[in-house]
Each structure stands twice: as C-alpha cells, then as structure tokens.
Design a protein around this ligand. Structure first.
Ligand code: A2P
Length: 276
C-alpha cells in the first residue's frame, strides 16, 4: 500500500494554544493501521536517540490524554517525528490518527527510556530487534552517527504481519543509505555497516516468519553470514509487542547476554512498543 503524503504548508493552528503545545507539520498514512507524523520541537528539548516522551491531545473532559511515544527522529533533527498505530477504539489513537498539518498536539518535554547507547557495553555488532511500531526508536538510532561510530556492524530486524507494514522502515533505510549528511558526518561507506532484515508473518514476502523462530532455526545467521549472538561481540536492543519482548529476552539470555541499564551497562536492553 502506498503512503498518502500531506506535505502542504501548515495552515494556521485550529485549536487554542495548549500548555506544552506543538504544531503538526506533516502526516503520512502508511496503511489503514499505521501512520507517522512530524511536529515542531521545543527549543529546550534535548534527548538521546531511542528515548520516548509523553504526547497526546486534550480529552473531551478537558484533561490531557497522553501516551508514551518513542521519538523516531534523530536528536539532531530540528523537528520531531513519531510513528503510531491506529487503534479504532483506542482513547488516544482513534483521535490522533485524524491530525493534520497545523493542528496542535501536547508534548511533555521530559524524555526517558532504556534503548540508549549508554546502557550497553562496547561491542562489535549491534542488533536492533523490532516488531510493528517498535521500529520507531530504531528510526532515531539508525540516524544517529554514534550508532555507526560505536559498532562495526548494525543489524535491524523488523517483523510485521503484512508487507505494507514494513514500508515506513524500508523507506527510512533507503533514505539513510543515500543520506549525504550522515556520510559526511560518519564517513563514506558507513551505509555498508547497515544490514536490514525485514520479515512478515501473515502475508507472502521474500522472508517469512517470526524473527524468534528464524533465529532458533539459525536461518537469520545463515542469511546474514554472521555467527549466533555472543556476549563478547554482540549487543542488542529490543522493541516490540509484549509477547515478543519476553520471548526474545529469554533467547538473548540463552545466548549469554545480560540486560543492561543506564546505571549498569551490559549486553542488551528492552522497551515495550507502547499501544493504546
Ligand atoms: P504473528 O503474526 O505470528 O502474531 P502485532 O501487529 O500483533 O504487534 O505483531 C507484530 C509482529 O510481531 C507480527 O508479525 C507477529 O507475528 C509478531 N509477533 C507476535 N508475537 C511474537 C512473539 N512472541 N515472538 C515473535 N514475534 C511475535
């Protein structure tokens, strides 16, 4: 399914100014379940790639309705980007999916999160494991020069139900590979470090199956020509639905990796993809 782009110049804001309000600048609908949007960035907001903030809209009861959203844009971007599911009955996303350029959203400028480079010990290869909208924090990390400075190899796996749900990630990877600014910042050839491994589970695509099953079978490692994960060389960040997070966490522990934190860096970190 192709993306519907609305990049028209932002009309004047439609709602009265809210506390912590930011203005939407662009909205893209990727499938009937997924959309991404960009908004202005508060001048004071500093964050580390991979962190999340609370964003939302004013509820019907006059109280802010907020949810945690990973920032999908890199920390050097002058705007902020978010990637979201549309939950038909979801209190927030049933409304948020209708935002248009010029609308206001609420953004609490207090970034937090565990998917940060500081929570990992130095390593040779970093794995980003995502399902669904869990791709969002990696959209930020994959555009962060530090990711390529710290590692010899960067592998992003993305498992979705259907092919159309991979499109946001696929387009982003393509744009990173052609990004002249990143090439200038990190050095020509940085894109050769980036390996992209998309899989689907409910619609035919070149690589089918849950990433966890493909790892168990050894297929991922064969396809990429790398050894199974080891605490000596590999670091991992995980973001997806709860069942996936729990399953892959167990697998990473079986490979000998240990969970890290900001205060105690180790081999892997996990964050939930936040849903309504
Ligand atoms: P599946 O279609 O087999 O359930 P969702 O859209 O429900 O968040 O799922 C996103 C992707 O994550 C789907 O492809 C889904 O596969 C996959 N998935 C769900 N649970 C797990 C799990 N425990 N381990 C690996 N992948 C999972």
């Amino acid at each position: 399914m192709s993306a519907v782009t609305d990049t028209a110049a932002a009309p004047a804001a439609k709602t009265p100014t809210l506390p912590d309000a930011q203005t939407v600048t662009e909205v893209k609908h990727w499938t009937d379940r997924l959309f991404s949007f960009r908004c202005t960035r508060p001048a004071s907001l500093r964050f580390r790639s991979g962190e999340f903030v609370m964003i939302g809209l004013m509820g019907d009861n006059g109280k802010p309705l907020l949810r945690a959203y990973s920032i999908a844009s890199p920390s050097w971007d002058e705007e902020l980007e978010f990637y979201s599911i549309k939950v038909p009955d979801g209190p927030l996303t049933s409304k948020l999916q209708h935002i248009e350029p010029g609308d206001q959203i609420i953004l609490r400028p207090k970034p937090v999160g565990t998917l940060v480079h500081d929570a990992l010990l130095p390593g040779k290869r970093i794995w980003f494991f995502a399902t669904g909208t869990g791709f969002a924090p990696f959209a930020s990390l994959l555009r962060d020069p530090q990711t390529y400075e710290d590692y010899e190899e960067v592998i992003i796996t993305h498992t979705c139900r259907e092919v159309g749900e991979l499109e946001y990630g696929k387009e982003l990877i393509d744009s990173i590979r052609q990004d002249e600014l990143l090439a200038e910042l990190i050095g020509e050839g940085f894109a050769d470090k980036l390996r992209y491994y998309p899989t689907t589970t409910r619609e035919e695509s070149p690589k089918m199956g849950r990433i966890t099953d493909l790892m168990r079978k050894g297929e991922v490692f064969e396809d990429l020509g790398v050894a199974p994960l080891s605490p000596e060389h590999d670091r991992a960040m995980v973001c997806g639905n709860l069942a996936f997070n729990l399953e892959i966490k167990d697998m990473l522990e079986e490979y000998g990796l240990q969970e890290g934190a900001n205060s105690n860096p180790k081999h892997y970190v996990v964050e939930k993809a936040f849903l309504d």
